[in-house]
Design a binder for this molecule. Structure first.
Ligand code: SF4
Length: 740
């Protein structure tokens, strides 16, 4: 393990507070909050002095992290008063963004919205937002886009992160929602990490896994093409070839069934589709899967036995599943392993998706993207009617479908989508096939609403709106175990920056009047949202901001004031399938309270290495950075720990190519190239390379390198969830001269 990584991980385990050393005294007050980065959702307090944030402290009573914070959360206060915070609205004039008043910016924005809607219809308008806003802001945005403007074009960066999981849960269980909870990581006999690296991405969850391992002797199994830290310390590492999740999981099921390690009583009582499932996995004996995945057949058998014989198994999974081939179907296979063995809904036994961004789950809860509030399906007219009656709009306005961001880019290309409003995300770094993406951003009338300026996507903006961020507004966050927590405003936004809530409500009022956008604060929005959550799987009727603060968050469903929240879903083996309760619709909704086992066939990746592009390209994350570094590159402790992009190359390959560590190389795919430093290590296997995706081109870093990994990635998507396949592509490595 690298020394710096070891120290970073150690820091996550031991450090609980970071304070501005230049502050002359301790903070005057501590404000209850939750971390604004990842969906682990650590509880914290923000220390404030003289109206400024000067410290952050982990909340020792918060059940998720017990006071611990990782290095990102620890320095989060440093992004609040950074000199590059966006403080003034801007409008593009003569090709240049120039300062404007809010009145000028919002008048132009509303004029464009109305003009496009009248001339070209609601579908000429699009929204692409974030996993970083508040639950209440997603709710307002969903109403504005779907209920007022009536556009189907609304998506978020959550599409890049958890879309496949959402569709996988819906197909297996009838509705979205992680069945398990973090406590499962404390008590599982086996933690199976599939396509995830929690040591770097979810340090506080990794801490809990390691405590279980050391205290209780929990076993650890990892499926990952890379030899990550969890893979290196695991009892069993299944180093599968990229793009071969399906044959590996099918083979595990095959062995479980063949060796009698399934729970026939549970299958008979609580599932449907077993016969078809058995027929499908019949075709994947370990030897067949070994040839496809590269994992030896005996290791596959050993893995299946470890899974089958461990009384309680928790499978955690993330982008190695979600950003891959057949992603949503792979999620159903993980669910199916738990269903056929009856290892679900009990302590230590569940599938548990590790969601990426802080409020991705909030967005899913209130229908900020593909679905409607309360895990409702827009294709279901009953669901549209229920939502319209609370929103006070005509149900005919709400579209019966939605379009994802890749479809929206295609609509821009075809001149169908003319107005795109981007909030709190950075597609000019994060979307695949950057050459194409940037061309489309340049073509459309683009509104960018963000907390920092400059940032990459703002290069293409026609209107720029400065937004408030974490610590500057009050509202709720739902984490990856369905725990809802409140975060209070600690300091005022800088300059003229305004909360996304304020901006959206004002635009809503200008378009549809105050009657339809009556809320004065987010707590009033939360109260309205609770009406729509009533009786739904994610019922939050029993939650109030006060309760969330007092009780350390509450896990949905929490339907009544005295209800303690729900740690695990499906404990009684009753699933959300069938009838209008289900989020699934049409052919995916035939199971009447039983979970569905889906047969899944292996589809080879759309692009594989060949003579011209001989390496597998894998993209991912590092512990120091978050998403496209909009925030983390502005924290010196994080920036200087990981300033630039790099490519990991296996020592054997480096030797063959004559490349040494630290040398500048060009990584080239069919879509573009980047120039980064080589890191020679055996974390990647021969024939594979790894590039972190955080780095863009605007902030040039060392030697002005072009280093956005998404110049290389494929624009193709998983056909079910429309999530891009960031983790499978082919590339080659070229040496470049240092003065290039
Ligand atoms: Fe924040 Fe995630 Fe780190 Fe916790 S683990 S401090 S939520 S970034």
């Amino acid at each position: 393990m690298q020394k710096d990584l070891r120290e970073a991980i150690k820091a996550c385990l031991n450090t609980r507070t970071s304070v501005d050393s230049s502050a002359s005294a301790v903070p005057e007050r501590w404000v209850y909050s939750t971390c604004g980065y990842c969906a682990t959702g650590c509880g914290m307090f923000i220390g404030v002095r003289d109206g400024k944030a000067v410290a952050v402290q982990g909340n020792p009573d918060y059940p998720v992290n017990k006071g611990h914070l990782c290095i990102k959360g620890l320095y989060e206060w440093k992004i609040l008063h950074h000199p590059q915070r966006a403080t003034t609205p801007m409008i593009r004039k003569d090709g240049v963004l120039v300062p404007a008043t809010w009145e000028e910016a919002l008048s132009l924005l509303v004029e464009k919205l109305q003009g496009n809607r009248q001339r070209s219809g609601p579908a000429s308008i699009g929204f692409y937002h974030s996993g970083q806003l508040l639950l209440e802001e997603y709710y307002v945005l969903g109403k504005l886009a779907k209920g007022i403007l009536g556009t189907p074009n609304i998506d978020a960066s959550t599409r890049l992160c958890m879309a496949a999981t959402v569709y996988g849960y819906i197909r297996s269980f009838g509705t979205d929602g992680p069945p398990g909870c973090y406590e499962d990581l404390d008590v599982a006999d086996l933690v199976f990490i599939f396509g995830s690296n929690p040591a770097e991405m979810y340090p506080q969850l990794w801490r809990r896994i390691m405590v279980n391992r050391h205290k209780n002797g929990a076993r650890l199994m990892v499926a990952d093409p890379r030899a990550t830290v969890p893979a290196r310390v695991a009892d069993l590492h299944l180093a599968l070839r990229p793009g071969t999740n399906v044959p590996l999981l099918n083979a595990l099921a095959h062995v479980l069934i063949k060796e009698g390690m399934v729970d026939h009583a549970y299958i008979a009582e609580h599932t449907t589709g077993y016969r078809e499932f058995v027929q499908a996995v019949e075709k994947y004996p370990p030897e067949v899967a070994a040839a496809l995945t590269g994992v030896p057949a005996e290791k596959i058998v050993e893995a299946a036995r470890l899974f089958g014989r461990s009384p309680a198994v928790t499978t955690v999974f993330c982008q190695g599943v979600n950003q891959s081939v057949s992603a949503a179907e792979t999620v159903t296979l993980i669910n199916s392993l738990h269903l056929i063995t009856g290892k679900i809904g009990k302590p230590g036994a569940s599938p548990l998706s590790l969601t990426g961004q802080a409020t991705t789950m909030s967005n899913r809860d209130v229908g900020g993207t593909a679905f409607l509030p309360g895990l409702r399906n827009p294709a279901n007219p009953v669901h549209r009617q229920e939502v319209a009656s609370v929103w006070g709009v005509d149900p005919g306005t709400i579209p019966a479908y939605t379009n994802d961001i890749m479809t929206m880019l295609e609509m821009i290309r075809r001149d169908e989508l003319k107005f795109l409003w981007v909030m709190g995300t950075n597609p000019a770094v994060s979307l695949p096939d950057q050459a194409y993406t940037r061309k489309m951003l340049d073509k459309v009338f683009l509104v960018v609403q963000d907390i920092f300026y400059p940032m990459e996507t703002a290069f293409y903006a026609d209107i720029f709106l400065p937004a408030a961020q974490w610590g500057e507004k009050t509202g709720t966050y739902t984490n990856a175990e369905r725990r809802v927590n409140v975060a209070y405003q600690a300091v005022k936004p800088p300059g003229q920056a305004r909360a996304d809530f304020d901006i959206l409500v004002e635009v809503g009022r200008r378009l549809a009047g105050e009657n339809l956008f009556p809320w004065r604060n987010t707590e009033e929005v939360f109260a309205e949202w609770k009406l729509l959550s009533r009786g739904r799987p994610n019922d939050m009727g029993g939650m109030t901001y006060r309760r969330l603060e007092k009780e350390g968050g509450l896990q949905w469903p929490c339907p009544a004031p005295g209800h303690p929240g729900t740690a695990r879903l499906y404990a009684a083996g009753v699933f959300n399938t069938g009838g209008d309760f289900a989020q699934a619709y049409g052919p995916f909704n035939d199971s009447n309270g039983r979970a569905r086992l889906w047969p899944v066939e292996y589809q080879p990746p759309p692009e594989i290495p060949d003579a011209e592009y001989p390496f597998w390209l894998n993209t991912g994350r590092v512990i120091e950075h978050f998403h496209t570094r909009t925030k983390t590159k502005r924290v010196p402790e994080l920036h200087y720990a990981a300033r630039d992009g790099f490519v990991e190359i296996n020592p054997e390959d480096a030797k063959k190519l004559g490349i040494t560590g630290g040398q500048k190389v060009r990584v080239v795919s069919r879509r573009g190239w980047i120039a980064v430093r080589a890191v020679i290590k055996d974390t990647v296997g021969p024939g594979q390379v790894f590039v972190p995706f955080h780095f863009g081109d605007l902030d040039p870093g060392e030697d002005h390198l072009k280093q956005a990994a998404n110049h290389l990635t494929l624009g193709q998507v998983d056909p079910v969830s429309r999530q891009p396949m960031f983790k499978v592509a082919a590339c080659r490595i070229e040496k470049v001269e240092e003065d290039h």
